[in-house]
Design a protein around this ligand. Sequence first.
Ligand code: IDP
Ligand code: MG
Length: 136
Amino acid sequence: MAGRMTLGIVKPDAVGAGKLGQVLAHIEGQGFTVREARLVRLTRQEAEAFYEVHRGRPFYEELVSFMTSGPCFPMALEAPDAVAAFRAAIGSTDPAEAAEGTVRRLYAESKGRNAVHGSDSDENAEKEIAFFFAER
Ligand code: IDP
Ligand code: MG
């Protein structure tokens, strides 16, 4: 059965552009309930750990540098079939390929600076929620 929780992050490009409120309103408007959230400035070590699966990819260094460039806003989000529903709501990685009305189509600058993260499986959603909120 698909899980009810996923981990979203409003990334530093959107927070820095003053779009956090708009992005959050869009996400809530799509039927997601915020269960946990906080503004956080990731250290290099934290960003490297969060994106460990991408280590060695050509964009890894750019990604870690971007994710540590300013505060981001991780959110534990609840909805039916949360992982798939949130991936649909944010759209393709590259905003040029993202469907109309998706967060990335509306707010992303580029494939790298793409406004938002969403977990890609129930297993990763659980790990990623624990990464940010386990100690609370
Ligand atoms: P996803 O966020 O849609 O799941 P992934 O392939 O998991 O996409 O990549 C993780 C993140 O790495 C992307 O959201 C984006 O910020 C960055 N990224 C992925 N591919 C590229 C690229 O080709 N150039 C620059 N950054 C990239
Ligand atoms: Mg991914």
